[in-house]
Design a protein around this ligand. Structure first.
Ligand code: FA5
Length: 336
């Protein structure tokens, strides 16, 4: 028997840990196969030893079996229904916990715009093709739709790839303000989703803050002044910004605003590394105003959308966007 002792001991070990799969294991089966191969005079004794061994495993597992007789748990119930008081997980106290840096920064950003006279409305996290594309002047089959690597459900619902999905709702629901002689001035914070290749500045789930301003006589100079005022307030310094022409179907003309990166966030000395593209913006396309029932011959407006994570990275010298969703306490505790 001694040549089988190693494998038997291993099976004993597994059985005493409650591993019920030992009873159907290849190792146990092959021990029983050995009975057939034994010389006739040893067969009976070996067979009996194997049956005893099987019983021994059963009895090692027996204690576990009793525990299996506990009433079944309801896996859909809240955690504290199935858990005895003593084994409840420790809840982190409010003194140990802290507000997630993105939540805190979104509050700061909103506060700045609220002081500049903007209303705040959060964007939806599930939307439709109509708000994602159609009312933003992307006709069906338009190649620019591919620039937004959009997640969609089989039923055709959309996980919004930008906060611009709220533009038509805001414009059409607030146009009465224009009749009353007031501007439409809104900022829209929200979570957005893209099927992206991930790297230090690209996430699949990130946040944007959209801005919309419509009134009479609005021009691009006001857009630049608004964004520069905000950037100065947010970074508490007069950072260099660069405006370059861009294309969005929902603005005309369109621009991209880049802000000069602090040195720590540059990988090399190249011009490309010097600038971080932070804001897409432009003058609201007349078609977008028309689709919301606003006369573009009377009113004009500007809009922008910026990435919150990239702003926060700039302000706090964070080198990789993936830290935000990592859930790592070492990262989060730095913002306490
Ligand atoms: C847009 O999403 C437009 N909706 C912005 C806009 C609004 C233009 C209103 C005109 C009028 P864009 O795809 O460039 O544009 O994204 C805007 C910003 O979101 C970028 O400048 C960047 O700061 C951020 N961003 C984009 N993709 C990612 C990503 N994968 N991870 C993190 N931030 C991102």
């Amino acid at each position: 028997m001694h040549q089988y002792e190693n494998v038997m001991n291993e099976l004993r070990g597994r059985a005493s840990e409650g591993d019920r799969s030992v009873m159907k294991s290849v190792e146990l089966k092959s021990l029983f196969e050995e009975i057939k191969l034994m010389p006739a005079d040893k067969k009976a004794a070996f067979g009996k030893a194997m049956n005893d061994f099987r019983q021994e495993l059963e009895s090692l597992l027996g204690e576990e079996k009793q525990e299996d007789n506990r009433p079944p748990i309801d896996v859909t119930a809240p955690w504290d229904v199935n858990t005895s008081y003593a084994s409840r997980p420790q809840v982190t106290t409010s003194l140990e916990g802290s507000i997630h840096p993105l939540t805190a920064e979104i509050d700061r950003i909103i506060d700045i715009f609220a002081r500049m006279g903007f209303y705040v409305l959060e964007s939806r996290q599930i939307d439709n093709d109509y708000n994602m594309f159609e009312v933003l002047n992307f006709p069906e089959g338009h190649p620019a739709r591919d620039d937004y690597d959009t997640f969609m459900t089989e039923e055709g619902l959309v996980a919004p790839a930008h906060t611009s999905t709220m533009q038509n709702r805001i414009l059409s629901q607030n146009k009465h303000l224009l009749d009353e002689g007031q501007p439409i001035a809104f900022v829209v914070p929200g979570r957005v989703f893209r099927n992206e290749d991930l790297d230090a500045t690209h996430e699949h789930t990130f946040h944007q803050v959209e801005g919309l301003y419509v009134s009479k006589g609005v021009h691009a100079g006001m857009l630049v002044a608004t964004l520069k005022t905000y950037i100065k307030e947010y970074f508490a310094e007069d950072l260099q910004v660069k405006l370059q022409p861009f294309y969005f179907p929902f603005t005309e003309p369109s621009f991209e605003m880049a802000v000069e990166r602090p040195e720590i966030l540059r990988r090399d000395d190249s011009e490309e590394q010097r600038w971080l593209e932070l804001v897409g913006c432009g003058m609201i396309n007349p078609n977008v105003l028309k689709m919301a029932g606003i006369d573009p011959n009377v009113y004009t407006g500007f809009a922008w959308g910026f990435g919150v994570e990239r702003m926060v990275m700039m302000r706090n010298s964070i080198e990789d966007i993936r830290h935000f969703n990592s859930g790592k306490l070492e990262f989060l505790r730095q913002f306490k």
